[in-house]
Design a protein around this ligand. Structure first.
Ligand code: PZK
Length: 286
């Protein structure tokens, strides 16, 4: 016997359903957001690429930290997950200086309390990866906080466990990606606490939507780097002229096809599994 799934929340591009007291279903749509706006045009299979990559990483990082994945559905876009009590912060790991990390460094020489060496340029590789926690804004942008604040919010022991797990996950993922020509510049993790009190990795893991992926062959610090997945869409939006206010523009077929190809390329390079094999049987990533 099974009860109907109850829709409990929508993210920008994902939906979350309650299955029972212990489990949730996370479904990734084919929606794409750029400049913080969800565009009216879907990228076919984007949700399957992201779900397949998340499942791939969850399957390979269980020995670093347990995660919420229970089942990868045959649709290739749905993860059945353990229900957790989510921590109210996210753990961003940065190996390179981009986005708000670069802005904060340029303004203050530090990022979330991490004093960094002087003279770093935009997109520079950091001497060591750092964890820069942020509060989860219900609406608008997440707010960077320092580690003292994160420890106060979560409890020091809990925060330190999440920080160490985040660093270990990032080191694993970044080394794997680098060996395949992709720089995992930064990535965001979300953790929760299971019924037995254990820290568990939730949400999605090291996907293009939760990370900055850069093609290593084009890496040139000293300015912003092209996004592995979204650069076609961003470039087209810039050329077309758009005020970056919703609603965004409909994408032409060639931009959709080029962007889908980049997502599939990221999947295939990172997993070394053909995306057609994933579509035929998603369990190939597990
Ligand atoms: C949970 N979100 C954010 C993600 C959305 C919203 N394992 C879990 N247990 C309990 N709650 C969550 C999770 C996870 N993951 C995550 N909200 C609740 C979110 C995706 C789509 F609409």
């Amino acid at each position: 016997m099974s009860s109907p799934a109850i829709h409990v929340a929508s993210g920008k591009v994902r939906e979350i359903y309650s299955l029972d007291d212990e489990t949730l279903a996370l479904t990734a749509s084919d929606r794409i957001s750029t400049f913080d706006v969800v565009l009216p045009t879907d990228i076919p299979d984007k949700g399957r690429v992201l779900t397949g990559l998340s499942a791939f990483w969850f399957a390979r990082t269980r020995g670093i930290v347990p995660n919420h994945l229970l089942e990868l559905r045959a649709d290739g876009r749905t993860l059945v997950c353990r229900r957790l009590a989510m921590l109210p912060i996210e753990c961003v790991v940065r190996g390179y200086l981009a986005g708000s990390g670069w802005k904060d460094y340029r303004a203050t020489g530090a990022v979330c309390g991490h004093e960094l060496p002087a003279g770093l340029t935009e997109s520079a590789r950091l001497p060591e990866p750092i964890v820069t926690p942020a509060t989860k804004a219900a609406k608008g942008h997440d707010e960077n906080i320092d580690e003292e604040r994160a420890a106060a919010i979560c409890g020091r022991e809990r925060y330190l466990a999440a920080k160490e797990a985040s660093l270990a996950l990032y080191r694993f993922g970044a080394a794997h990606a680098e060996a395949r020509g992709i720089i995992l510049a930064d990535t965001k993790f979300e953790f929760g606490v299971a019924g037995d009190g254990m820290l568990v990795l939730g949400d999605e893991a090291m996907t293009p939507d939760s990370s900055r992926l850069w093609p290593a062959s084009e890496y040139a610090p000293g300015g912003p780097q092209p996004s592995f997945d979204k650069q076609f869409v961003r470039d087209w939006c810039e050329r077309r002229g758009w005020d970056k206010e919703a609603p965004g523009p409909d994408l032409p077929a060639d931009v959709v096809a080029g962007t889908r190809a980049r997502y599939v390329e990221a999947f295939e390079r990172l997993t070394e599994i053909s995306f057609d094999a994933y579509l035929a049987d998603p369990a190939v990533v597990l």
